[in-house]
Design a protein around this ligand. Sequence first.
Ligand code: HEC
Ligand code: HEC
Length: 193
Amino acid sequence: MSRLLPHSVVLLLLAGLAGCNSGPDPAQRQAAVDAFATVQKVFQHPRCQNCHIPGDQPLQFDEGLPHAMGVVRGPAGHGAEGLPCSTCHGEANPPASYGPHAPPGAPHWALPPPQQRMVTIGLSAPELCRMIQDKGQNGSRDFAALLKHVSEDKLVLWGWNPGGTRAPVSVPHAEFVAKFKTWTDAGAPCPTG
Ligand code: HEC
Ligand code: HEC
């Protein structure tokens, strides 16, 4: 090889190969970690974390109080056999005339299943960062599938149109998706400490 190619070319080729493996440069990594702070703010907003819980009873309101009427997760996340979420939660928010305490709605309204709870509530930034990208915990989603989920999933989008007098997620959806992309494009680095 060294007889066929001048040394400078070999060095350039090696440098190119090394570049492929070196991951984001420090500036891109820092920008990604900064972007993750916005991602965290959304995931741990009450409209999101009230369903992403370790326990078996969904939470309500900004205070995260236990769901009224003894509602529980059930065997698949859709509620108890006799009282599924769909008894009260429809495919869309009811009209405003139903009052501020009518059950909000979106397609496939449920908690994650008990075997895979996708807990976000109460996690530190590094813990949340690792959970979101852990295929053992996130429903085997790669970065592309996660980006699609946060861009399009109906339960996610409901967070910006929660009905009643509930406060929507405080970061605009487009900004959240852009920050999520900045974070995952850099390999989803996690904050330290
Ligand atoms: C009504 C309950 C509910 C609400 C509200 C909700 N989710 Fe979820 N979320 C679920 C369920 C159920 C799943 C599992 C669905 C699946 O795996 O297909 C899920 C899965 C996810 C996943 C993929 C798995 C993971 O943990 O990485 C992400 C990401 C996610 N939700 C983000 C959000 C965000 C962000 C919000 C708020 C904007 C939100 N969710 C609001 C119920 C909810
Ligand atoms: C018996 C009726 C009923 C059933 C069954 C029910 N809910 Fe609800 N849910 C409600 C009502 C009513 C509200 C609104 C309460 C209010 O705003 O005062 C609500 C609110 C919520 C909220 C609060 C949203 C927020 O951020 O404040 C979540 C989350 C939720 N339900 C999840 C579920 C899940 C998941 C299931 C099934 C496991 C379920 N609910 C089953 C009636 C029900």
